[in-house]
Design a binder for this molecule. Structure first.
Ligand code: AMP
Length: 441
């Protein structure tokens, strides 16, 4: 995939951390036009002979730079989609789209970013522009804290404490790990009160929001895609929600949220007809706006991805309520169809993760002779805790109809993750292809 991306993007210069050189040496022979390689001494060791060092590279050059006049619609950067099916696809951002995206993210009800913030983006730079932080945080003059190679809970907590981080960003798997470390109270962490965390890239369970609220740390749930630069929605409370009980507020905050200004959303049925915003009807989610891509780099506009009238087909299935809060039911490929009825894997996994003994969970479809598909919950139990399949089923029975309840539970040590830290459902599905569902026919 790396060789494909470098060739597809026509990269001329590649900057590589020295720790990644062994990987890069495997990529180079696959390229017909190898780019110039510049090596960053990440480990602090001198750069190995035969490689161009970053420090020498910048020392040779002028310390001033005159920016050329550029059209705002010219390309300013690219990211590649994570490509869980097929090849990664390139998304090109323009100066205009990135500036508008960067400004909007700073608005008070969005991330309320200011020069007073200390920002820690745990999201890597290759994952959808590190969620705009290189641009938004730089624009307002916020302090930026970059994580090193160690992304364990204690490493990140130490960084947040020492650098008085007031806004941190990352995928839910990171925050599940951090919450467990806080709850275990092995070390008395002193984090900045009211620290905000923008969490997205995958659904945020309500239990995670409630868990952090107890520590006076505030999760803001967001939904986005590489194709949207990435931020499309953020879940913030409206003034009329302020008087609601905490649990009701947390339920609203667990939705994916309201479209950012300038972003439009709609849900449509299979024939492309627009569906109502009633909070229950689910359909394919489509988006358009100044930072929503209209094409993939070097590819013809495919009707599977673009509606033809300006809307991006996101591949997500969602509902939108009358107040404009969007809720993702699934990736369309992850939906479980049991006896002709759809079951949302996202709702089930969030509920399983709400059980106090569960560290992480993912729900996938497995084959069933009568019902076609049934949900299988793949569960990681917290260290030192125990829970049975029957207990999990009883826990879910409080909030799901009987036919939606998984009879099947697999207990594993770890869940496979993508390069961006999300649960890798394609890998889980291939791990469990031969699994036979226990649901009676
Ligand atoms: P990527 O471009 O790799 O960030 O992947 C984008 C996809 O991640 C979206 O189309 C969604 O399927 C998923 N995603 C992103 N944010 C969320 C969220 N808050 N809840 C559920 N799924 C999400």
């Amino acid at each position: 995939d790396l060789a494909y991306i470098v060739a597809d993007a026509d990269d001329r210069v590649v900057i590589v951390d020295d720790v990644l050189l062994p990987l890069w040496q495997k990529v180079l022979p696959l390229l017909t036009t190898p780019p110039r390689t510049i090596v960053l001494p990440f480990t602090g060791q001198p750069v190995a002979a035969g490689w161009e060092s970053y420090e020498e590279f910048i020392a040779k050059d002028a310390t001033t730079y005159v920016y050329p006049e550029q059209d705002e619609n010219e390309a300013m950067g690219m990211c590649y989609t994570s490509g869980t099916t097929g090849r990664p696809k390139g998304v090109v951002y323009s100066h205009r789209s990135m500036v508008l995206h960067a400004i909007t993210n700073c608005l008070p009800d969005c991330l309320a970013l200011s020069a007073h913030d200390s920002v820690l983006a745990v999201t890597p730079m290759f994952h959808a522009n590190s969620w705009a932080m290189p641009f938004s945080a730089t624009m307002v003059g916020a302090k930026q804290v970059l994580p090193g190679p160690h992304l364990g809970a204690d490493d990140l907590l130490e960084l947040m404490q020492d650098e008085a981080v007031s806004l941190a960003l990352g995928v839910p798997t990171i925050w599940m790990m951090i919450l467990q470390a806080l709850e275990s109270a092995k070390r008395p962490w002193r984090l900045k009160p009211h620290m905000r965390m923008m969490v997205g890239g995958a659904a945020v369970p309500q239990s995670l929001i409630a868990g952090f609220d107890k520590f006076d740390l505030h999760i803001k749930h967001g939904w986005g895609m590489t194709e949207l630069s990435p931020v499309g929605t953020l879940a913030w409370l409206k003034p009329e929600h302020e008087a609601l009980p905490l649990a009701a507020q947390q339920q609203i905050r667990a939705r994916q949220g309201i479209a950012l200004p300038l972003v439009e959303l709609r849900i449509v049925d299979e024939a492309g007809r627009e569906l109502p915003w009633d909070g229950t009807t689910v359909g394919e989610l489509q988006a358009r706006g100044p930072w929503v891509t209209g094409a993939y780099h070097g590819l013809p506009a495919d009707p599977g991805s673009f509606s033809g009238d300006g809307w991006l087909r996101t591949g997500d299935v969602a509902s939108i309520d009358p107040e404009g809060y969007m809720k993702i039911a699934d990736r369309s490929k992850d939906l479980i169809k049991s006896g002709g009825e759809w079951i949302s894997s996202v709702d089930l996994e969030n509920a399983v993760m709400g059980h106090p003994a569960v560290a992480e969970a993912a729900v996938i479809a497995v084959k069933h002779p009568k019902w076609d598909e049934r949900p299988l919950a793949v569960v990681v139990v917290k260290p030192g805790k125990e829970v049975s399949a029957a207990e999990l089923r009883a826990h879910l029975a409080k909030s799901f109809a009987k036919w939606q309840l998984p009879d099947d539970y697999a207990f594993v040590e770890v869940l496979p993750r993508t390069s961006t830290g999300k649960f890798q459902k394609t890998k889980l599905r291939s791990q469990f292809t031969d699994y036979v569902s226990l649901t009676p026919s």
